[in-house]
Design a protein around this ligand. Structure first.
Ligand code: OAD
Length: 238
């Protein structure tokens, strides 16, 4: 099998055609909100109600969207590779659950999951699809006022980094899909892959911020480019 172990990094572009805003494109989330106000510890401590409301709004938007052809194709690739003795790691920066709903068997959410709530005091974590408010209590430690979305804010360390670098270092193909290549550590994965001698490819609407770091590139909509690439991989693998 060519590329027995594939590491896939996804970003907001893979969910754009499902109707979820990207961050840095024209009209994106960071053109409407100040990142430091809604996605940093400082912003949360300054105005928890405003930050929780921002994520309540996004959680509600996420509930009304469906996976697109890109999510579905990646789910199929992961399933087919697992059946044939290979492995596809899907590592996403997205806090939505569209990969899972598109059929992915397992997903690493390095920036967290918006449909979970976490206690800022004790770390207690639970699925939560309702609105969060500053006067909610934690089911685990009982303290009030610390329930926050299970998302990584700027200044916080992304999740599962050991697992991610282990999967990346044992991969034989790295593919980055729908991400601008602006946010580290994810933006550095391509360099780590290259340093390990792993071939790299990006699939994006347009050249990303670190496009020159990739060996190969395919440009266009994720809903078209990803299924086409997956079909080629499956055909080559036989
Ligand atoms: P960005 O908004 O920075 O970049 C989205 C990328 O997707 C851009 O390069 C677009 O060209 C591309 N794109 C848009 N529509 C597409 C489509 N239909 N098909 C293919 N590509 C498309 O989003 P991310 O790179 O994911 O972090 O952002 C990374 C992180 O920055 C996010 O996880 C979030 C944000 O701040 C946190 O909140 C911690």
């Amino acid at each position: 099998m060519i590329a027995k172990r594939i590491f896939i990094l996804t970003g907001a572009g893979v969910s754009a055609e499902s109707g979820l805003s990207t961050f840095r494109d024209t009209g994106g989330i960071w053109s409407r909100y100040k990142l430091e106000e809604v996605a940093s510890i400082q912003g949360y401590e300054n105005n928890p109600a405003f930050v929780l409301e921002f994520y309540n709004m996004r959680r509600n938007t996420h509930a009304g969207v469906e996976p697109n052809e890109a999510h579905i194709a990646l789910g199929q690739l992961q399933t087919i590779w697992a059946e044939r003795g290979g492995a596809v790691t899907i590592c996403t920066q997205n806090v939505d659950n569209l990969h899972e709903r598109g059929g992915a068997l397992s997903v690493i959410h390095m920036h967290g999951e918006i449909a979970k709530a976490r206690c800022h005091d004790c770390g207690g974590l639970a699925p939560y699809d309702g609105d969060l408010s500053p006067n909610m209590g934690c089911g685990a430690c009982g303290r009030t006022g610390g329930m926050r979305p299970h998302v990584v804010w700027f200044g916080e360390t992304p999740l599962y980094m050991d697992e991610i670098y282990e999967a990346l270092s044992s991969a034989d193909l790295f593919v980055s899909i729908g991400t601008s290549g602006n946010v580290y550590p994810a933006a550095g994965f391509v360099s780590a892959a290259r340093a390990a001698g792993i071939p790299t490819m990006e699939i994006n609407l347009e050249p990303s911020g670190n496009a020159e770091a990739f060996d190969l590139a395919r440009y266009g909509k994720a809903s078209e480019q990803v299924p086409a690439w997956v079909a080629e991989m499956v055909a080559i693998a036989g």
